[in-house]
Design a protein around this ligand. Structure first.
Ligand code: ATP
Ligand code: MG
Length: 410
């Protein structure tokens, strides 16, 4: 393998005005943390990073780069001195490696170093003429080449690469502040969490659990999903708050008319989430709702549910098609966990005809049928928090049937 570096680009980050320094330093730090344990050297430049591969396997480096939000693209590059005689030999060697069969190609030159005495067009002509005459399988096609040979000249160095690979994009995790992700064991909310992190939001997760009414396996799904999300966090860790929801769940079944059960359950979840968000200094709440997906996700429902909180609620998936959500879920390696067939508090009891346009006044009236505020307060007080790393081997199912008992003994 000829490539000796990976060139990492930031895209939008460099446009961020006064925050630019903060954004760049966050990204530098994130890249450094993700490269820990690999045999590489990182060179930081103002608008890009070069990762010198030393003897490291580039696939391992790329696997880690794919977890860093804020990177717009990267390329495997070979670098050499900015000397035409050396450049032409390196270019030929690279093309021999990447074009073993008959192939069309094109050379592109970017002369970032304006002191270099020859113009881009001439460099392109000189290098392509040399490569063409020493390689048996190449034909020039300037419009639609199968392989591009890109040359970039900077002070003292020429970088060559063939492809630019798109990375996560977005902003480095943490630059936007912290949010609380409402994480169920389903497909949508982990994807929503990923989208939020990609946009620079550090997350903590909250899960409402009703063990032993629901199975401990459904709580384990959430643990496993948090581990998947933790790969994208700077330190590979995310905090998870387990809220005991059984008492509230039972009270709702007892006091609330069936058609409003889900609406009021959501309002309770949101009240508790708001308290936790305040306590944990989160600036927003994030959930996996998508408009129209189920009765509780009509715009009318969202408004009635939303009315109990002052926090902004981010719904990164609100306009997403389910198939697109599933595609991202698979890419994040969450899908197989999400489809494990264990039910959480929302799926264990589904009313036959839930209200699709619930009214705030009615919800408030039904809520006055029982003392929910004490139950909300107790749920917040009895919330159990754990910190999970991407490699955690925590298995709740081996430890008991009730989350609160298990977590107490950890
Ligand atoms: P998901 O696939 O994320 O479960 P969903 O389409 O099944 O979403 P709902 O069950 O209506 O939708 O839940 C809507 C959102 O409410 C979820 O995306 C999640 O953010 C939040 N939520 C639902 N149940 C829980 C729970 N037990 N704990 C925490 N958050 C929850
Ligand atoms: Mg769900």
């Amino acid at each position: 393998m000829l490539y000796n570096q990976i060139l990492v680009r930031f895209g939008d980050l460099t446009l961020k005005g006064k925050n630019q320094k903060f954004f760049l330093h966050s990204l530098y730090k994130l890249v450094a943390l993700k490269m820990e344990g690999l045999n590489v050297e990182i060179e930081y430049q103002y608008d890009r990073i070069f990762i010198h591969l030393l003897n490291e396997n580039p696939d391992l480096v790329i696997e880690r780069l794919n977890l860093v939000s804020g990177i717009s693209s990267y390329s495997l590059v070979v670098s050499c001195k900015d000397d035409l005689d050396i450049m032409k030999e390196v270019a030929l060697e690279l093309m021999k490696e990447v074009a073993k069969k008959p192939t069309t190609f094109k050379v592109n030159t970017k002369r970032a170093n304006k002191d270099f005495p020859i113009h881009s067009m001439e460099i392109t002509k000189y290098i392509s003429a040399y490569v063409l005459s020493h390689h048996n399988n190449l034909i020039v096609d300037v419009h639609n080449p199968e392989i591009s040979l890109n040359l970039e000249l900077r002070k003292g160095v020429c970088y060559m690469y063939n492809t630019e690979i798109r990375a996560l994009g977005g902003f480095p995790v943490g630059v936007a502040g912290k949010g609380l992700l409402m994480l169920s064991g389903g497909i949508d909310s982990p994807v929503a969490g990923f989208m939020a992190m990609k946009q620079g939001i550090e997350i903590e997760c909250v899960h409402f659990e009703s063990t032993p009414l629901t199975s401990i396996e459904s709580a384990q799904k959430v643990v496993d999903l948090v581990k998947k999300l933790a790969k994208y966090a700077p330190d590979n860790q995310i905090r998870l708050h387990f809220v005991p929801f059984k008492e509230l769940h039972q009270a709702l079944l007892k006091y609330i008319p069936e058609s409003y059960n889900i609406t009021i359950m959501r309002r309770m979840m949101l009240r508790i989430s708001s308290e936790l968000a305040k306590r944990e200094n989160c600036l927003c709440i994030i959930n996996g709702e998508s408009v129209g997906q189920v009765a509780s996700q009509t715009l009318g429902s969202m408004r009635t549910i939303n009315a109990v909180t002052e926090f902004p609620i981010l719904r990164p998936l609100c306009t997403f098609d389910k198939q697109d959500i599933i595609r991202i879920s698979k890419k994040m390696d969450c899908y197989d966990v999400s489809i494990r067939p264990f039910e959480d508090c929302c799926t264990v009891y589904v009313p036959k005809s839930p209200a699709t346009a619930p009214k705030i006044e009615k919800a408030e009236l039904y809520e006055s049928y029982f003392d929910y505020s004490t139950l909300v307060k107790e749920a917040v007080e009895n919330t159990a928090t754990i910190t999970l790393s991407k490699d955690s081997d925590l298995d709740l199912t081996l430890l008991g049937l009730e989350v609160r008992e298990v977590v107490k003994n950890l």
